[in-house]
Write a new protein. Structure first.
Lengths: 290, 263, 348
């Protein structure tokens, strides 16, 4: 366990900590500060451009409803994908943690996390091949019905949701599984012997105890999905404009880095606000379980 | 919960298999299409290995794959070294500001990569480093570092300090204690942390996308530009190889450590 | 030997991490994917003739091309720029003047292209005219009995969800300008253009952003009709896709593409040689067989077979009369188009 600092320990602790935190400072904290600075500039200060401090980039967000619409669209996408991941992932984690035992469980667990090790872009593009016209899904559907089947799923918001759920589902299964596994079976046994029915056990025991894992998984899904840009670009067709794609555009195409920085900070603020709003709810749920 | 044989648990197992099918369907399709002759992914299927032959001749893809491997390996080495040191200090010593230091590990994980990546782009440009492989490496290490610290810390949390106490009282030097007691205990955590670091770097797209220079692309960046600007089944072929190799590596790693949990 | 192996590996790794320095024997070209400069046979022949290996990087929009130049100084030797964007690149200091005395084929460039004010300014040449062509639309011949004669076909409800346009503000606005009967270079009623595009959206399946996109989606049968470039349509036909390029009664957008040398190009010598190679008639005649835009080189244009699309259609005075050539766009107008396009996409 941690000991109070003795003589010489301070030096040793500093020696161990400094490289890691110096690196994080240079690669994360200073860049974020630089971005904040940029978001307040009128022009990117490169190649002798004239620049001054301004709040115009933040005003631009409110000047039209384009950005607010897209931000809301991205948040809705984040919520939809997160909810689907939780609903689909929880039963999987449960079965994995409580029904299946031994080698089979180990093998299945590996199967669940293996897709993580494949390239996420390739997985998304694979969906484009599966969902497109004359693609694998149309072909499969054609086997079950007569005639030429056109599901037309590619280039729809549904395609974006499918691709994202596919990418992030393993996170939820993983974290929920770890939480469920920690629930002692004898606790459930005891509740049952005291006459609690299945629904009560789930509501009063299993759900609260697995909530930290579910919450961790949900955060791991929600945060990247809100900022996603390549999945909508590949799968979304004309519905593919999201807040993330607009930010990407500012950096790689339009070259309005100050506006991109301001939009990034607005996204960051909204994500942090949502996470901190959700924190007390989650804490209360955990408290009820104790 | 003993429900073995109940309809509910059978339904649950069926659900699990359905989800697995969902997870693997596009990967299987992708692999199959790497053997399909049509450059436009048209069906019906016609078997061909031409994309693998083309891949072998494609110097750009091979260079990108090698670059990704080198960057991932270097990231792993640096992040693991720095991360283990930090984890050890955070575990060993109590000092003011420790909670803050621990909290500072989360921004790289919790902030969307889009934001981290663009911030790095701005900063590296501002300080004159610009884009390129060094910038990519700095970024990857920063993203991987917190994972290493957290994983190693979790391992250390279950460490019994009386072991060190005992070793010391038997006359072991601090160096001996570290080498013979503490480090062996850390080892599985270090391996897990290193695996994480490698995976984070090797699959990292967003940050690399903003930081890589043309001609310096990592494999994911090359794949993205190919998807958007001219995709051929060569990319399916290289992806199939990457998936095959990483699956083999993960299975090998799984033999040595127990991913599935304690039981 | 064994002791040296790890050191060699470490050195190789360090070289990779240090980033790719410009090699003397290499030239880097920035262009659309699949657009002439990256043809296997041309690149191979150029390497054999001059010893320079050609390496490509691609862009997805003119905007992205400009930003790639801005953020990757020293990374490119040759860049392909649509003449409508050349003045902007020049004003931002992204490109250097081309020394035409080092380009033997420059003398054969048609005078109306060589003197184009977008490319020739301040007594210097900022981009060597390379190719020109039309932006209009192409149809999937399987979906039509007879080719349509009006651009209105894009708005036809019969093709709902079967239409595509390029994800590009300028092109979208100019297509709508044609459809509303306006001058593409001086749009008087931008509100009508926006309304026209808004009305198009329900028909749109997806936005395409590269030739490869276009071909893949056409092959998958996702589109009936999609905006396209004349040279690219010829290429798609040559690949065996059931495609026909249409110049409707409302007219088409004419464009001129030039080859420029970035201000920070590391290999200026080879860049000039490559540009000369690209405007050579021999290159163009062979490219035309696979499907190419029209050459800005008069000698090349005359050397084409009589029935070549670039001679038969683009040489037809009736077609040429309907073409409106793109003029450079100033910053304020471009910003207005971008905002309009972003609004339309966000509303989906």
């Amino acid at each position: 366990m941690a000991q109070p600092l003795g003589p010489g320990d301070a030096r040793r602790a500093a020696l161990l900590l400094t490289p890691a935190y110096l690196w994080l400072t240079a690669a994360v904290f200073l860049p974020l500060s630089a971005m904040l600075f940029f978001s307040l500039l009128s022009d990117a200060p490169f190649r002798g451009a004239d620049w001054r401090f301004t709040l115009d980039n933040y005003r631009a967000f409110f000047a039209t409803d384009v950005y607010a619409t897209l931000l809301w669209k991205s948040l809705r996408l984040g919520l939809t994908v997160t909810a689907l991941c939780v609903v689909i992932g929880f039963p999987c984690a449960w079965v994995l943690a409580k029904t299946i035992r031994g080698r089979a469980r180990e093998a299945l667990f590996l199967l669940i996390i293996l897709p993580f090790w494949s390239n996420s872009l390739v997985r998304v593009f694979s969906w484009a091949i599966v969902l497109r016209g004359n693609g694998a899904l149309d072909w499969l559907a054609g086997l079950f019905s007569s005639g030429d089947v056109r599901l037309g799923l590619l280039f729809t918001p549904t395609a974006v949701v499918i691709g994202l759920v596919h990418s992030y589902l393993p996170y939820v299964i993983l974290t929920t599984y770890l939480a469920l596994q920690a629930i002692d079976d004898t606790l459930i046994e005891a509740a049952r012997s005291m006459g609690a029915d299945r629904r009560t056990i789930f509501r009063r025991l299993v759900l609260p105890l697995s909530l930290p894992g579910l919450a961790a998984g949900a955060v791991l899904v929600f945060v990247p999905v809100v900022g996603s840009f390549m999945e909508p670009r590949i799968l979304g067709g004309r519905f593919g404009a999201y807040f993330g794609t607009v930010i990407e555009d500012q950096f790689v195409a339009v070259f309005n880095w100050p506006l991109g920085a301001a939009l990034s900070f607005i996204l960051l603020a909204v994500v942090l606000a949502i996470l901190s709003a959700a924190a007390p709810v989650l804490r209360r749920a955990q408290g009820a379980a104790a | 919960m003993r429900e073995g044989g109940g309809w509910l648990s059978r339904l649950g197992v069926a659900w699990l298999w359905a989800v697995l099918a969902f997870l693997y369907a596009p990967i299987v399709v992708m692999a199959l299409m790497s053997f399909n002759a049509s450059p436009f992914y048209q069906l019906p299927f016609a078997f061909s290995t031409r994309w693998y032959a083309d891949l072998w001749a494609n110097a750009e893809i091979r260079a990108a794959a090698l670059r990704s491997l080198v960057i991932a390996a270097t990231t792993t080495a640096i992040a693991t070294a720095l991360g283990c040191a930090a984890a050890l200090a955070l575990f060993r010593y109590a000092f003011r500001g420790k909670a803050l230091l621990q909290a500072l590990l989360f921004p790289p994980i919790a902030i969307p990569w889009l934001i981290t990546g663009t911030a790095m782009l701005i900063f590296f440009f501002g300080v004159g480093l610009g884009r390129g492989a060094p910038a990519v490496l700095i970024g990857h290490v920063a993203l991987a570092l917190p994972y290493v610290v957290i994983v190693v810390n979790a391992r250390l949390a279950s460490f019994d300090p009386t072991l060190e106490e005992a070793a010391r009282s038997l006359g072991a030097s601090p160096w001996m204690v570290a080498r013979r007691v503490t480090l062996p205990w850390m080892a599985p955590g270090v391996v897990a942390g290193a695996l994480f670091a490698f995976a984070v770097s090797f699959d990292q797209f967003v940050v690399s996308y903003f930081l890589a220079r043309p001609g310096d692309a990592t494999l994911p960046v090359l794949i993205y530009t190919s998807i958007r600007k001219g995709f051929t089944p060569e990319i399916n072929a290289v992806s199939t190889i990457v998936i095959g190799v990483s699956m083999a590596a993960l299975l090998a790693a799984a033999r040595f450590s127990n991913f599935g949990g304690r039981r | 030997m064994t002791a040296r192996a790890p050191r060699t590996a470490a050195l190789a790794a360090a070289a990779i991490l240090a980033g790719s320095a410009a090699h003397a024997d290499q030239i880097r070209v920035l262009n659309w994917q699949g657009y002439g400069t990256d043809l296997d046979w041309a690149v191979a022949a150029f390497a054999e003739a001059t010893g320079h290996r050609v390496v490509h990087d691609y862009f997805n929009s003119e905007q992205e091309m400009l930003t790639k130049l801005r953020t990757n100084p020293g990374a490119y030797d040759v860049v392909m720029i649509n003449a409508a964007f050349t003045p902007q690149a020049r004003e931002e200091g992204l490109i250097a003047p081309v020394d035409v005395s080092r380009i033997a084929n420059f003398a054969d460039i048609a005078p109306e292209f060589a003197g184009n004010p977008a490319l020739a300014a301040d007594g210097e040449i900022w981009g060597v005219p390379w190719t020109w062509g039309l932006t209009s639309f192409a149809i999937n011949t399987a979906a039509f009995d007879a080719p349509p004669e009006s651009i209105r076909v894009l708005w036809d409800p019969a093709h709902e969800g079967r239409v595509s346009i390029r994800d590009d503000a300028l092109e979208a606005v100019q297509i709508a300008a044609l459809a509303t009967g306006q001058d593409i270079n001086a749009i008087a009623d931008l509100a009508a253009v926006e309304a026209k595009l808004a009305a198009l959206m329900p028909n749109v399946r997806a936005f395409w952003s590269s030739e490869n996109d276009w071909n893949q989606f056409m092959a998958a049968g996702e589109f009936d009709v999609a905006t396209y470039w004349s040279g690219s349509a010829a290429r798609s036909q040559a690949m065996g896709l059931p495609v026909e390029f249409v110049v409707p009664e409302e007219g088409a957008i004419g464009w001129l593409d030039g080859l420029s040398i970035p201000a920070t190009a590391p290999n200026v010598e080879a860049a000039h040689a490559f540009i000369d190679w690209m405007i050579d008639p021999d290159f163009h005649i062979r490219w035309d067989e696979e499907g190419a835009p029209a050459s800005a080189n008069a000698a090349a244009a005359e050397a084409l077979p009589e029935d070549a699309f670039n001679r038969a259609v683009l040489g037809d005075p009736e077609v040429v009369a309907r073409v409106q050539f793109q003029a450079p766009v100033d910053d304020a107008t471009r910003a207005a188009y971008l905002a309009l396009w972003q609004r339309l996409k966000a509303a989906q």
